[in-house]
Design a protein around this ligand. Structure first.
Ligand code: RFL
Ligand code: PHB
Length: 400
């Protein structure tokens, strides 16, 4: 068995783990990333697409923002298509100039992985049987890599291993509380090399169900359809997908829609999930390991980023000032922001999706709520303020 020593063992090389690694590296804090998948697999996963301004700012602090600056598409508005009519929300005007940036999670991941490689930082990809042996007294992580058993002795463990990871599962049941809501539908997503139907994202509420027109660049589109959980992706041909998308759009968008072969197609179930607390002794959970939001509010990746902003700041404070204050407040600070994003994502999901169980009364109330939101500046502001991302303060991330 080979024993390694480091300050922070990071489990998972998704955006949360990679971002934490980069921020610790910048602060001169020794760490190791352990990931069960291959580097190629991690770098090619298609997921989120929208970054809040605060997430862009955090990436800027890591100094890994050259591609983001060059290729990210700043968006100052979104469209909501409801009852056949499009309404534009001017995010910038409603939020004192804030906006969001279209930049794929795949690109964020690739950029951070490349920076890691260039800095020669230690990562184990395709690590098997990852296990947390202790996270209270002497934190230890063990795993198998290239047929050899490794053990990492560390000060802290960062559980950045997503919803299905090993970190949350290692916490005894009586020490953890989880809150969950599972929705009775999923999102069928298609990525295609066709120009986007519009310059801005269109969130569609229709009698046939929700749809979303998003993009990755001026030549690559990302579209989603609400589908029953029983649907199988292999039963959706490209032609059926484009037909159904057209059916949920307004006549102008129908005319503009450019179709083409899909380069990725998948169905993601929708779920809300929160773990309390997010710290257990010397183990911290961050990102999807601690919480899941339905993607309607575009918050998952952004919440992973804000957890990491708090966690990196707390660890930097610990190592540079010897203070445990940030560490002690980590869970409470994250959860305050997490629950607000959970509420927003749940609300957007309810407002825009079709629920088979809803009565005619429920349906009318929902339409009235949407009419109110879209017809009132206060209503629009509420949506816009949450969509661009609620602000948070991080003090010491610029210190080396
Ligand atoms: P990840 O990305 O799941 O990474 C976790 C990593 O841990 C590894 N792992 C392990 N490693 C070692 N040992 C183990 N036992 C392990 N178990 C797992 C995994 O292989 C993986 O590499 O979690 P992280 O870093 O917390 O990042 C979270 C985000 O990926 C997620 O919240 C977003 O993708 C959610 N999301 C969106 N978020 C946004 O902010 N804006 C969006 O527009 C947006 N759109 C979306 C989304 C998620 C979607 N799906 C597919 C669920 C759209 C969709 C369709
Ligand atoms: C995406 O482009 O993948 C995307 C955009 C906005 C969302 C969810 C997903 O709300």
């Amino acid at each position: 068995m080979q024993t390694l020593k480091t300050k922070v063992a990071i489990i998972g090389s998704g955006p949360a783990g990679l971002l934490l690694g980069q921020l610790l590296y910048k602060a001169g804090i020794d760490h190791i990333i352990v990931e069960r998948r291959s580097a190629d697999y991690v770098a090619s996963r298609i997921r989120a697409g929208i970054l809040e301004q605060v997430s862009v700012d955090l990436l800027t602090k890591t100094d890994v923002d050259q591609n983001l600056k060059a290729h990210g598409l700043p968006h100052s508005g979104i469209e909501i298509l409801a009852q056949g009519r499009k309404h534009r929300l001017d995010l910038a005007a409603l939020t004192d100039g804030k906006q969001v940036t279209v930049y794929g999670q795949t690109e964020v991941t690739k950029d951070l992985m490349q920076a890691r490689e260039q800095a020669d930082l230690v990562s184990f990809y395709e690590a098997y049987k990852v296990k947390i042996d202790d996270f209270y007294d002497e934190p230890t992580v063990s795993f198998e890599y290239q047929n050899q058993v490794y053990q990492i002795e560390c000060d802290f463990i960062a559980g950045c291993d997503g919803y299905h990871g090993v970190c949350r599962a290692s916490v005894p049941e009586d020490k953890i509380k989880t809150f969950e809501k599972v929705y009775p539908f999923g999102w069928l997503g298609v990525l295609a090399d066709v120009p986007p139907v519009a310059d801005e994202l269109i969130y569609v509420q229709s009698e046939r169900g929700f749809a979303l027109c998003s993009m990755r660049s001026e030549t690559r589109s990302r579209y989603y359809l609400q589908v029953p959980l029983t649907d199988k992706v292999e039963n959706w041909s490209d032609a059926q997908f484009w037909d159904e998308l057209k059916n949920r759009l307004d006549p102008e968008s129908q005319k503009k829609l450019v179709t083409g072969p899909s380069i990725e197609k998948s169905i993601a179930p929708l779920r809300s999930f929160v773990t309390e607390p997010m710290r257990f002794g010397k183990l911290f959970l961050a990102g999807d390991a601690a919480h899941i939001v339905p993607p309607t509010g575009a918050k998952g990746l952004n919440l992973a980023a804000s957890d990491i902003a708090y966690l990196s700041s707390a660890l930097i404070q610990y190592y540079q000032e010897g203070s445990e204050q940030g560490i002690d407040k980590y869970s409470e600070k994250c959860l305050q922001r997490v629950w607000k994003a959970e509420r927003f994502s749940w609300w957007m999901t309810h407002l825009l999706h079709r629920f088979e169980t809803e009565s005619e009364f429920d349906h009318k109330i929902k339409q009235a709520e949407l009419n109110y939101i879209l017809g009132s500046e206060a209503g629009q502001m509420t949506l816009a303020e949450n969509y661009v991302g609620l602000p948070y303060e991080i003090q010491n991330l610029n210190k080396r």
